[in-house]
Design a protein around this ligand. Structure first.
Ligand SMILES: Cc1cc2nc3c(=O)[nH]c(=O)nc-3n(C[C@H](O)[C@H](O)[C@H](O)COP(=O)(O)OP(=O)(O)OC[C@H]3O[C@@H](n4cnc5c(N)ncnc54)[C@H](O)[C@@H]3O)c2cc1C
Length: 389
C-alpha cells in the first residue's frame, strides 16, 4: 500500500473547486486510516463490515451529493467523483459506497416522493441503510427489456416474484431498488422500479456471495423474491411503467462513475509502476533506464493524460447538466478499455513480482477486468454510440 503522501501527490480532480479538493483530501485520509489497514481482511472475507459503512457515514463520505435536508452534504457529482477517485487512488476499490452514493441514492432523490426521500436518504447517509440496484437476472443482462421479475398489485401492496443475479452489495444491502415488470404486456412501458427494504421482508432471500476473479471485497449476490409484499408506496415515480425511462435517465451517471474509477486506478497503477521501475535493477541498472521502459511509460502517461482530460470534461459537463448519454457511454467504454490496457502493461513492467498477489498491481489487474462488463458491457456502449451516428 502506498503512503498517504505518495497518494496525495497523485493528480487531484483538476476541475475541482476548493471544497471538492478538500473532500478529496479528507476521503484519502479516511480511507488510508480506516479502510486500507483492513482491506486485506475484507478481500479474504469477500465482504466489508457494516462498521466501515457507518464510519464512512460519520466521515461524510455517504450521500455527499444529496441535499442537506435529507441528511446529505448538499454537493454535486463533483463531490461524488472526488470520493470515487480517492477510492481508486488509495486502492480500496472493493468498498461499494460509490454505487450506494451515485447510483442508488439518486434514484430516490429524483423519483422518490417527499415521504420516501425523508424515510430513506438520511439513513443512507449514516450507513444504516446500504443500497443496491437489482436489474440483472439470470436470463437478462444486456437486454434489460427481457427481465421477468414480476410485481403484482394487491390492494395497497405489491407481491414481487423473481430472481436477480450479480447484484453489487447484495449481501449487505438492506435497501434495494428492484427493476420489475408491473405489466409484462407493455414491454419497456411495463417496467417499474420498486424499493424493497429487506429487513423483515418475508419471502426475500439472499443467495450465495458469488466467487469472482477480482473485486473480491465487494460482495456480489443472487437475490430471490418469493411473494415479497411491499407497500405500493414504495414505487418510485408517480405511476407504474416509468421504470425504463428512469433507468435510461440515470445510467449515464453510472457509466461516468465507472469512467472515474477507471482513470483513478490508471493513475495509481502508473504511480506504483514508476516507483517500482526506479527501484528494481537488472543488468546493472534500474529498469527505468531501459529505453523500452521509458518509451512504454511515456506512452502510458500520455494516454492517461488524455483520459484524465476527457474524464474531467465529462464531469464538468455533467455538473452543468449537459452530459449526454452517448458521451457517457464513450467515457465508460474508452476509459475502462484503457484501464485494462494500462494495468496490463504496468504488470508487465513488474516482471514476475507483478504476478504475485502481495504486489498491488496483481490485484489491480484482476479488479480491472469487470469494468468492461458491468454498467452495460463495452459492446453495448458501442451500440449506443453507433446509434447516434
Ligand atoms: C462484479 C459484477 C457486479 C455487477 N453488479 C451489478 C449490480 O449491482 N446490479 C445489476 O443489476 N447488475 C450488476 N451486474 C451485472 C452486469 O451489469 C451484467 O453482467 C452486464 O450488463 C452484462 O449482462 P450479462 O452478464 O447478462 O451478459 P450478456 O448480456 O449475456 O452478454 C454476453 C456477451 O454478449 C454481448 N452482447 C449482448 N448483447 C449484445 C448486442 N446487442 N450486440 C453485441 N454484443 C452483445 C455482451 O457484450 C457480452 O460480451 C454486475 C456484474 C458483475 C460481473
Amino acid at each position: 500500500m502506498t503512503t498517504p503522501a505518495e497518494i496525495l501527490s497523485l493528480p487531484k480532480p483538476r476541475w475541482a473547486e476548493d471544497d471538492v479538493a478538500m473532500l478529496y483530501d479528507m476521503a484519502v485520509r479516511f480511507l488510508e486510516a480506516e479502510i486500507a489497514p483492513r482491506y486485506d481482511e475484507f478481500e479474504k472475507a469477500e465482504i466489508f463490515d457494516r462498521e466501515s459503512w457507518r464510519k464512512a457515514g460519520e466521515a461524510g463520505l455517504l450521500c455527499a451529493s444529496m441535499p442537506e435536508e435529507y441528511g446529505g452534504s448538499g454537493g454535486t457529482y463533483a463531490h461524488e467523483s472526488a470520493i470515487i477517485e480517492a477510492i481508486g487512488h488509495v486502492g480500496v476499490d472493493g468498498f461499494g459506497i460509490a454505487l450506494h452514493n451515485s447510483i442508488v441514492a439518486p434514484y430516490i432523490l429524483h423519483y422518490g416522493s417527499e415521504e420516501q426521500k425523508r424515510r430513506w436518504l438520511p439513513r443512507m447517509a449514516t450507513g444504516e441503510l446500504i443500497g443496491a440496484i437489482a436489474m440483472t437476472e439470470p436470463g437478462a443482462g444486456s437486454d434489460l427489456q427481457g427481465i421477468r421479475t414480476r410485481a403484482v398489485r394487491d390492494g395497497n401492496h405489491y407481491a414481487i416474484n423473481g430472481s436477480k443475479t450479480f447484484i453489487t452489495n447484495g449481501q449487505l444491502a438492506n435497501l434495494i431498488v428492484v427493476v420489475t415488470k408491473t405489466d409484462p404486456d407493455k414491454g419497456a412501458k411495463g417496467t417499474s422500479l420498486i424499493v424493497v427494504e429487506t429487513d423483515d421482508a418475508a419471502g426475500f432471500e439472499r443467495g450465495r456471495n458469488l466467487d469472482k476473479i477480482g473485486m473480491k471485497s465487494n460482495d456480489t449476490s443472487e437475490l430471490f423474491f418469493n411473494d415479497v409484499r411491499v407497500p405500493t408506496a414504495n414505487l418510485l415515480g408517480h405511476d407504474e411503467g416509468e421504470g425504463f425511462v428512469q433507468l435510461m435517465q440515470q445510467l449515464p451517471q453510472e457509466r461516468l462513475q465507472i469512467g472515474g474509477s477507471a482513470i483513478a486506478m490508471i493513475e495509481r497503477a502508473l504511480a506504483l509502476t514508476i516507483a517500482y521501475v526506479k527501484e528494481r535493477r537488472a543488468f546493472g541498472k534500474a529498469v527505468i533506464d531501459f529505453q523500452n521502459t521509458q518509451f512504454k511509460l511515456a506512452e502510458l502517461k500520455t494516454e492517461a493524460t488524455v483520459g484524465r482530460v476527457f474524464y474531467n470534461d465529462c464531469v464538468a459537463r455533467h455538473v452543468a447538466g449537459g452530459l449526454d448519454p452517448v458521451t457517457a457511454s464513450m467515457a465508460k467504454y474508452w476509459l475502462s478499455d484503457l484501464q485494462g490496457k494500462i494495468v496490463d502493461e504496468c504488470l508487465q513492467l513488474h516482471g514476475g513480482y507483478g504476478y504475485m498477489n502481495e504486489y498491488p498491481i496483481a490485484r489491480m489487474f484482476r479488479d480491472a477486468r469487470v469494468q468492461r462488463i458491468y454498467g452495460g458491457t463495452n459492446e453495448i456502449m458501442k451500440l449506443l454510440i453507433a446509434r447516434s451516428l
